[in-house]
Write a protein that binds this ligand. Structure first.
Ligand SMILES: [Zn+2]
Length: 334
């Protein structure tokens, strides 16, 4: 059940309370960052609305079984395209279907995931369902930022904010559910930024930790000779042909969090990579705060400037050479 542990527990509780008190509204808007559990909350809510036993959702009744199989005929979902946009036709069709009576349940539910991807026309196509819903209709919009929705839409729905958890709470969750993470749990809590979906992903991603170890070791060696540039470039995938955008982004994220920690240590702040504090301290001893900040700027500049038409290998190698200069140019030993 660990995947049902979602952030914004209060938002889900409120939804389930409406079900329990038999006062389900016609329109809800769940707002919160990506991966925080909006979809999970909406799915549990839909099951609870349709569930015919108790406690709702019971998980065993025919309605719950149909939901588990993803085949309940009175639940409609609209998903965003790969580029995040939502097709107006998909919205129109769902809105029309909403006006046809439910087939087996008392209520018909429409969930629109990534509702921010609806342009104005698509939102207008939905407006009628929001303003004059059929008595049995329930519409749930999932949004990362409700400012992306038209005021007319925003004002109609019950708005529920899904807030991130504190690092302490996520750390406790990781300790209970993933004891094998050991001293990495505080790192996971901080790196995931209060986003429990992200924390779960990290705990189940062994490759991530290998990448982090290789990259930070290679970068730590940058305090020494120029040969270390090659080692760091190798972790970035230089010379390996095509590197996925996701892998590349992970490299940048890891490097920035690690360099950020070095700068923080210099100023006496709390680090993100808590389990690597000895390594961080040893690297920090060889460079100045100014050097760390210059290297961060170099990495961020490179990240901003990257585009698919570029020769990736060249771009990364240039960045690392520049980082090496940043580190040594301001080195406390020079
Ligand atoms: Zn049930």
């Amino acid at each position: 059940m660990k995947h049902n542990f979602i952030s914004g527990q209060r938002a889900l509780e409120r939804l389930l309370e409406d079900v329990k008190n038999d006062c389900v509204r016609h329109a809800y808007i769940l707002e919160g960052p990506r991966g925080i559990g909006k979809r999970t909350a909406a799915d549990i809510f839909a099951r609870a609305v349709h569930c015919t036993a108790s406690p709702r959702p019971c998980g065993h009744c025919p309605a719950c079984k149909l939901h588990r199989a993803g085949t309940h005929p009175d639940l409609m979902t609209v998903e965003p395209e790969e580029n995040g946009s939502i097709k107006i036709d998909a919205v129109r069709q769902a809105a029309e279907e909403l006006y046809m009576r439910p087939r087996i349940a008392e209520r018909k539910i429409l969930i629109i995931d990534g509702a921010d991807g609806m342009n104005e026309a698509a939102q207008n196509a939905l407006l009628k369902s929001f303003e004059e819903p059929p008595s049995y209709g329930v519409v749930v919009l999932l949004s990362e930022n409700i400012q992306n929705l038209l005021p007319t839409i925003r004002s109609r729905g019950v708005k529920l904010l899904m807030e991130p958890f504190t690092a302490e709470k996520i750390s406790g969750f990781v300790a209970a559910e993933y004891p094998e993470m050991g001293d990495k749990r505080d790192f996971v809590a901080r790196y995931s930024g209060g986003n429990v979906g992200r924390a779960i992903e990290l705990c189940e991603d062994e490759e991530f930790f290998e990448l982090r170890r290789n990259l930070t070791e290679a970068f730590a060696a940058m305090a020494g000779g120029k040969a270390s540039i090659l080692a760091a470039a190798e972790v970035f995938g230089v010379g390996k042909g095509k590197v996925s955008a996701e892998y590349r982004q992970t490299c940048f994220d890891v490097l920035l969090s690690w360099l950020g920690d070095v700068a923080l240590l210099k100023q006496g702040g709390a680090v993100v990579n808590t389990d690597m504090e000895p390594e961080l301290r040893s690297f920090a001893a060889h460079i100045t705060a100014k050097g760390a900040l210059a290297a961060i700027e170099t990495v961020e500049e490179t990240l901003r400037g990257l585009n698919p038409s570029m020769k990736y290998d060249l771009w990364i190698t240039n960045m690392l050479i520049k980082c090496w200069r940043d580190i040594h140019g301001y080195s406390s030993r020079s």
